[in-house]
Ligand binder design. Sequence first.
Ligand code: GDP
Ligand code: MG
Length: 441
Amino acid sequence: LSERLSGVFDRLTKQGALSEDDVKTALREVRVALLEADVSLPVARAFIKRVQDRATGQAVTKSVTPGQQVVKIVHDALVETLTGDEDPGKLKIDNPPAPILMVGLQGGGKTTTTAKLAKRLAEREGKKVLMASLDVYRPAAMDQLAILGTQIGVDTLPIVPGQKPVDIARRAKQQATMGGYDVYMLDTAGRLHIDETLMQEVEDVRNVVTPRETLLVVDGLTGQVAVEVAEEFDAKIGISGVVLTRMDGDGRGGAALSMRAVTGKPIRFVGLGEKMEALETFEPDRIAGRILGMGDIVSLVEKAQQTIEAEQAERMMKRFQKGRFNMNDLKMQLEQMLKMGGMEGIMGMMPGMGKMAKQVEAAGFDDKIIRQQIALIQSMTKLERANPQILQASRKKRIAKGAGLDVSDLNKLLKMQRQMGDMMKKMGKGGMLKQAMKGMF
Ligand code: GDP
Ligand code: MG
């Protein structure tokens, strides 16, 4: 997909100027990209039309390549569509006790998200939170919430067998009022599909507590279905926001765009895993990059432009494409990383590098380590830097000693240099590297 896009942009770049026809050609590909990212057809169509008008009106800016210009316009339009007036991370939960109603289909991630959000409210905003499970159909569901509550140190409403959801909701409200809670969260039961009984039940609960926030939790991987679910719930219950879960998977997140366009309701948070910490405030920028399937190339290019010399970049790219990536290159990259906000910052932005960034993060990779690695490279001779494969035990010892570090640190550095070299080579073949570095020359 991104290859196809890069292909089109390559052609545009070569022509040097962006005509109306160019815009049309590029946008045809963008349209396909949107549909493949699970954006619904009417939404994609409307979106393309808007971009088309804007792009053609803007004519050509000579200072950037036409391809970049189109990517940037599309990207900005996506961000604009995904951004509302509200601050996604800020829920309306003043006037305690504020009820938050969690709704959605079964398996979407309601219970997990309820606990994640409770933890966040407790830890970041110092709220006293009470959670209650209204899932009377699966006894295990109530236990699930209770277990999560214990795990994160948030209270759950004691389980009373045989009660109906509305009764539990009333009890939660009462307990929240009497217990001096700031927030009480109601985790409702889901169904595999939307049905009348489910809607009626949620509606009854809503009428009992009058929620300050009604958050729809949907599986971000379900694409089109997610949009239908959002429409239904919004029409029948009225939702105030959406939480997209499983965004740690490889869905492209097109559902976010459709949902926003169709319901007008903000995406508030995204779930990025099963762990209790894996909930983040929704960031339009990141999803826009994902929908385009090009990572966050736009901002990578922007940042890189400020810090890398054009010629240097061109030389580097040619070398990388040939699979040459020695310690001098790595040193330059490491220095660049320090400037651009660390390893994670950079790798997270490059398509296909996300996984590596995670490994790197797990290894406790931070600025301090980057500096140590630079020291290791500085401790090498010219010959060694250009040909790291010649490093044998005695050389390794000398280098590590020179940097005041262990041979094991040097081995890690060598492994990283090899891995990055492989990655660069692969990216070079796919045209991805070129796309990523296009802004630099
Ligand atoms: P519910 O039926 O809507 O209450 O869904 P659950 O909260 O029980 O979640 C169903 C499954 O999805 C569980 O195994 C969760 O751990 C998992 N899950 C929830 N959110 C996420 C997420 O953001 N990423 C991933 N990978 N798994 C998630
Ligand atoms: Mg549940």
